[in-house]
Design a protein around this ligand. Structure first.
Ligand SMILES: *Cc1c(COP(=O)(O)O)cnc(C)c1O
Ligand SMILES: [Zn+2]
Length: 448
């Protein structure tokens, strides 16, 4: 029997279904978001052990396209796609490392970092975009009238969309909030030939516009309300467990903005449980910037109410979102995973990122938010010294050099505890020796 997946309305009272090649982002009956559902009975014909063996055999191989961390799990992601239509840059398979020194500093023994930013466009957005753009390629080959793919973005989505569309030869359109994303992020879609529209608004404003222009079926919407992206992103949790030889960690911490990624994380783990690959679930922690924390506010009220907010400017620019599209999915996930939400101030996120860097990380500000949340949860006694914790690092630090430069120059509007300023000296051996003597002594004393 063939493996099969379809779009399904997330509203339990509705559950209307649509084929994956329809141009649709919300339920036409009730307006709710859609999610991809798989025929689990057919998937269950293969045993858990056989799935694990298959995934291991394919992992990082050169067998097209199964060496990709996403397409190695193709039957669980997008079974009906023709291999010829897969647009892959060998995403996934990112490193997971033991952050021993940082863990010790903050009081836990078993802390790991999953570096999703070590990816083609430098963020986890690649995991979802490979799936979406592959589906678009298949739809175009079937005669769909799609002429371009568009997204609103805080930076990383547009970079991923532009690069996958460039690889496939499909035009892309990106709507960016003017002056609110890093130069490194802006230059990516420009270099990859996207049509870049810079709008004088914030992310939520760009999102409103892109939803209007994609009502025209010739422009396909690539934001994460399009649940095809979630299918690719859900491999992150599966891959983490696989990297631990199918052991489930106790806690996974993930920074959240539009909240697609936390839903994706949950969805992959639930699929593993339902197909018998794992027998317990980790706790999930979503970390938000205090200046863009609508989920945290709702969490404090036990998710009984949710109010969108006006997000304020934060260094964690990719999660500066006040009205997250995937709020309902995220709340559902947190309830299933005994979830916690924590927020972090600008100073907390910047210091946490910088402290991590002193132990050999190179954190983006969003990873800083997650690390700050971890530090606060350990202090509050909500995460125990012996627990096995994974922090999902969502982007590469090199995409956020302005943040790091300002931090180390000490030009942010708070004290930067770990600022490391270069020392200006004349090109003179004695001056250099004297500076080394003083500075190395200082460092020995501070023990950093
Ligand atoms: C997109 C993004 C996030 C947030 O993911 P959501 O699915 O919007 O919650 C976090 N960090 C980085 C670096 C991102 O690009
Ligand atoms: Zn519906």
């Amino acid at each position: 029997m063939p493996y099969r997946a379809w779009f399904q309305c997330i509203n339990d009272q509705c559950k209307k279904q649509y084929p994956l090649n329809s141009i649709i982002y919300r339920c036409t009956a009730c307006g709710s978001l859609l999610e991809v559902q798989h025929d689990m009975q057919v998937l269950a014909h293969r045993s858990a052990t056989a799935w694990m063996k298959l995934f291991e055999d394919r992992y990082k191989s050169t067998q097209w396209p199964y060496g990709s961390g996403v397409w190695g799990k193709k039957e669980w992601i997008l079974p009906q796609i023709n291999d010829d239509n897969v647009v892959s840059l060998y995403e996934g398979g990112s490193n997971l490392f033991w952050a021993e020194r940082f863990g010790k500093m903050i009081g836990i023994d078993n802390l790991w970092l999953k570096l999703c930013g070590n990816s083609h466009s430098g963020s986890f957005k690649d995991l979802g975009m490979t799936v979406l753009v592959s589906m678009v390629k298949q739809m175009i080959s079937e005669g769909a009238p799609i002429q371009a793919v568009a997204c609103a973005s805080t930076g990383d989505t547009s970079a991923a969309l532009a690069v996958y569309c460039a690889a496939a030869g499909i035009p892309s359109i990106v709507l960016l909030p003017k002056g609110k994303i890093s130069i490194a992020q802006l230059v990516q879609p420009i270099a990859n030939g996207a049509l870049v529209l810079s709008l004088d608004t914030d992310f939520d404003g760009c999102m409103r516009v892109v939803q209007e222009i994609t009502k025209d079926e010739t422009i396909y919407l690539a934001n994460s309300m399009n649940s095809l992206r979630i299918e690719g992103q859900k491999t992150v949790g599966i891959e983490i467990v696989q990297q631990f030889d199918w052991e489930v960690p106790d806690v996974i911490i993930i920074p959240g903005g539009n909240l697609g990624n936390v839903s994706a994380l949950g969805s992959g783990l639930l699929m593993m449980r339902d197909l018998g690959l794992i027998s317990r679930l980790p706790r999930i922690v979503v970390a938000q910037a205090e200046r863009a924390n609508p989920l945290y506010r709702s969490y404090l009220k036990n998710f009984e109410t949710f109010e969108p907010i006006q997000a304020e400017k934060t260094l964690a620019s990719a999660i500066q979102i006040g009205n997250p599209v995937s709020i309902q999915k995220a709340i559902r996930t947190l309830k299933q995973f005994n979830g916690i939400v924590m927020d972090a101030t600008e100073q907390e996120l910047a210091d946490a990122a910088a402290l991590g860097d002193t132990t050999g990380m190179f954190n983006c500000p969003h990873t800083g938010v997650a690390l700050a949340a971890l530090i606060k949860l350990i202090k509050a006694g909500k995460i125990d010294k012996s627990e096995h914790v994974v922090v999902i690092s969502t982007a590469h630090g090199l995409k956020f050099t302005d943040f790091k430069v300002k931090y180390h120059e000490g030009t942010l509007d708070f004290p930067c505890h770990y600022a490391n300023k270069p020392i200006d000296l004349p090109p003179n051996v004695d001056a250099v020796k004297e500076a080394l003597r003083q500075e190395l002594k200082k460092r020995r004393e501070q023990n950093v």
